[in-house]
Ligand binder design. Structure first.
Ligand code: AQP
Length: 342
């Protein structure tokens, strides 16, 4: 059986990167996999969250899942803190993963910054909680953006080490699913930084709930370069974008990649369409497309967020269904480890 697990942190400012790199793919995968989608609130508190904002953002992510098209009757939507197996398995994995593995995680280095001793211990062990999220369901596949590849590698290492240490075949070696033309959407202000919820500049990202005016203004002001748009000759023989080519004009390629992803077109089709065009013309087309695709989702998110009881009901139902899968797996792991049954 093919089972998907993935999640988004309720840390506010859900953006186009979260949509194209993750949530949109979650919707498409529902047809071919058993899907479990989590609002990872335990992960969110690895950096400070105002309690009232955390509650609002948990409902915001749930609303984004629903508005984008995840069907809560078919897939499971729930929040992490409602299913205690995540935290319990994470503790066991904290005793399996090695400090050296965790020390190599680039996300920890980036988020902890220069003053690592001031970072929470939770931020350091974040990847073992992520391994627990996935393996509590023995998920076989995880759709993520490229930034999560290293963490997923650690999940695979954790599963392998657990299986080896205890001489069991308990956990699958989970595969990443990195899908679509925009697996790493970059900041609109700086093509070397990923689009991010925590960027202090709201102009750096298109939020999923931005109104048409805001989307237009952000795209109009997005950093570009003085050259005309490239044609299909910039691609390699297989129609891929060479890394060196991307690096030479990161902002231009970022906007073209967003256009390709939102329009479901290949690089080659997009480059044919805009070869030799000025950025002003391209930005107009991109604005129309972004408003067309994100507008209805943003409006539906706002409608759902105005009805917290409905959203909370979906999370409650999802948590019951998630716990029914995770608890027997946790018991199996506890038996393997040698814990007595209560
Ligand atoms: N810029 C991005 N491009 C493509 N995919 C992205 N994702 C995040 N940013 C981009 C994907 O969204 C999913 C959920 O991410 P998360 O909530 O775990 O947050 P994050 O990865 O830490 O990134 P954010 O949203 O930018 O938050 P901050 O600012 O806190 O770092 C993941 O699948 C991720 O790959």
């Amino acid at each position: 059986m093919k089972r998907i697990f993935s999640g988004v942190q309720p840390t506010g400012n859900l953006h186009l990167g979260n949509y194209l790199g993750a949530i949109r793919n979650f919707v498409a995968l529902q047809h071919d996999y058993e899907c479990i989608y989590c609002v990872v609130d335990l992960h969110a508190i690895t950096v400070w969250q105002e309690p009232a904002a955390l509650r609002a953002h948990t409902r915001e992510v749930t609303a984004a899942y629903l508005a984008a098209g995840i069907d809560p009757k078919h897939s499971i939507i729930f929040n992490q803190s409602h299913v205690s197996a995540h935290a319990e398995l994470a503790w066991i994995f904290n005793c399996v993963v090695r400090m050296g593995w965790l020390s190599r995680m680039t996300q920890f280095k980036e988020k902890a910054g220069k003053h690592r001793e001031n970072a929470s211990a939770g931020l350091f062990v974040y990847p073992s909680l992520m391994a627990a999220d996935i393996l509590a369901y023995k998920a076989t596949h995880v759709p993520v953006g490229e930034d999560q590849k290293q963490h997923l590698e650690l999940t695979r290492d954790t599963a392998q080490k657990f299986n080896n240490d205890y001489g069991v075949d308990c956990f699958p070696i989970t595969e990443p699913l990195i899908l679509g033309a925009a697996t790493r959407v970059m900041s609109l202000r700086d093509g070397s930084k990923k689009m991010s919820k925590s960027d202090p500049s709201d102009m750096s990202r298109i939020n999923m709930t931005d109104e048409a005016d805001a989307i237009a203004q952000k795209i109009r002001r997005a950093t570009t370069d003085p050259e005309l748009l490239p044609g299909p000759a910039a691609l390699d023989e297989a129609g891929r974008l060479p890394e060196e080519t991307r690096k030479a004009r990161p902002e231009a390629w970022n906007l073209l990649g967003i256009y390709a992803a939102l329009s479901d077109k290949s690089w080659s089709e997009v480059l044919q369409e805009f070869e030799g065009a000025q950025f002003s013309a391209f930005k107009k087309a991109l604005t129309e497309l972004a408003v067309d695709k994100l507008g209805p989702i943003g409006a539906e998110m706002k409608r759902l967020q105005a009805d917290p009881e409905h959203v909370d009901g979906i999370l409650r139902d999802g948590a019951e269904r998630a716990a029914a899968i995770a608890e027997p797996i946790l018991r199996e792991v506890q038996d393997v480890v040698g814990f007595l049954r209560p």
